[in-house]
Design a protein around this ligand. Sequence first.
Ligand code: CA
Length: 240
Amino acid sequence: MNKFRILIVEDDPPIRNLIATTLKTHDYKYLLAKNGEEAIMQASTYNPDVVFLDLGLPDIDGVDIIKKIREWSVMPIIVISARSEDEDKIEALDAGADDYLTKPFSVEELLARLRVMQRRIALLQSDNEMMESSVYVNGWLKIDLAAGCAYKNDEELKLTPIEYKLLCILARNTGKVLTHKYITQKIWGSAWDSNVASLRVFMATLRKKLDDEKETVSLIQTHVGIGYRMIKAESSKEST
Ligand code: CA
């Protein structure tokens, strides 16, 4: 039995039912909300582990719901939006959402996103330990935060200061989709278009150093038009 409790916020009954049925089939517990008011009420009363949040709700804007929840909780939020709502998606991620699903989505996709969030929760729980030990380990990647060095399979990576900073920002937010705006603000303190162009260049050089032909799976995912995400390397011990 899965102990996870998930809040589904969706005003469209067929989609709400699809998500509910999928979760039920996979032994997740869930709560339902058909509008923003119910969403905030359920989130604050039951403190769910993950929220699936439709951005287009009849009463309250989805982004405002995220801001509201973020006032008291870091619970992972996965936004659900139509393909035409890219701007809303970016706004939602900047407001503190962790991930997104684009309609129409498959059941497999939904479950995969949920697994990413489960790993993210495990990471958040071990976050304090990580900060104390100052060493970040993700599969073959190791970052010695105290020394300011990164290693690939124990071989030191020759990173420029900006590449290193970029890697640390992604690592600290493993599992979360970070927007271009978020990353550029962290690196340069501003989010001009020229910064976003520079970010693409630094990301390309960073990836070249991280991913060689020996690695089949890249740790950094590109979300076209949105940003990047560091994924948790699959370990053989993990049962997903
Ligand atoms: Ca809707």
